[in-house]
Design a binder for this molecule. Sequence first.
Ligand code: ATP
Ligand code: MG
Length: 271
Amino acid sequence: MGLVAEQQNQNAPKQASPLIRIAGVAKSFPTPEGGSVTALEAVDLTVARGEFVSIVGPSGCGKSTLLYMIGGLVEPSSGSIEVGGSRVVGPDPKVGIVFQEFRIFPWKTVRSNVMFGLELQGKGNAAERLAIADRYIEMVGLRGFEDRLPKELSGGMKQRVAIAQTFACDPDVVLMDEPLGSVDALTREKLQDELLRIWRDSGKTIIVVTHSIEEAIYLGQRVVVMAPRPSRVIATYDVHLDHPRTAEMRTAPETAHLRNEIWNLVRGGVT
Ligand SMILES: Nc1ncnc2c1ncn2[C@@H]1O[C@H](COP(=O)(O)OP(=O)(O)OP(=O)(O)O)[C@@H](O)[C@H]1O
Ligand SMILES: [Mg+2]
């Protein structure tokens, strides 16, 4: 196992034709006083097809806003975002989002929630949709809870329903906003491995926002670090961990070294 971390030029493209190209993106929001607040300033980032990228940064630095813009839910104030060579102008079923606050329907069962996106997209017949839903319910460890309502589930279980719902729709790009935030440590490690397995098997392009630097390193091929004031990408680290990841990699000295380096950067300890 080898891990080499190197700080890269954030603008350096990973390959000639990236799947996601974010160029000079800024986002301001109006304030109630009639002014405006700059959430993001000049974000440049490219993501290759099939890449797994983690994003870390302090609360309020614009991570969710960036994901929403890639997903076509929020329009940039300036700059451009392209996915697959086309400019993002609105939501696209090819880009799935797992929201920070796990948006699932309280009146639908686990299975109905997971099937919802498939129904919306008119994918397959009822039996096929059921089979797909149950496969992803199993994947996130909710077998046996198919007929439960969200109010009967813990926060972490609801998050897992949202993850299953997004993956069931088979998007090319999956944007995940702190998807494992309210999952206990043991389940979290299991789900991290599941996510990595799906990623390897499916070839999907995945961007995960996380508050855990350890998780960012364990999951990502690259860790993108964002900073506030002005909110932008301040560094990108390559993580040269072998696949599949192993439990030993979590505690390897090189992992700890990279974690400390990123942590110092996030809290502004390195200039
Ligand atoms: N719809 C909105 N209207 C006004 N301001 C907003 C809106 N959405 C986000 N902001 C502001 O933009 C900034 C970035 O918010 P965002 O939610 O993207 O941060 P974040 O990095 O995801 O934070 P966290 O880690 O806490 O989830 C914050 O200052 C926030 O107050
Ligand atoms: Mg957020």
